[in-house]
Ligand binder design. Structure first.
Ligand SMILES: [Zn+2]
Length: 43
């Protein structure tokens, strides 16, 4: 399970206890569901 920063939109792959976004420092993270059931082709 990964998390997503609500401020910068980056994904945080792993979270341990009290963690904040390493990119922007935001402490507001949401669970980001993996969407691997279907890969998107850009062709
Ligand atoms: Zn962030």
């Amino acid at each position: 399970m990964s998390y997503k920063c609500t401020q910068c939109g980056r994904k945080i792959p792993k979270i341990e206890g009290f963690v904040r976004c390493p990119y922007c420092g935001s402490r507001i993270l949401v669970k980001d569901r993996p969407n691997i059931s279907k890969e998107v082709s850009t062709d």
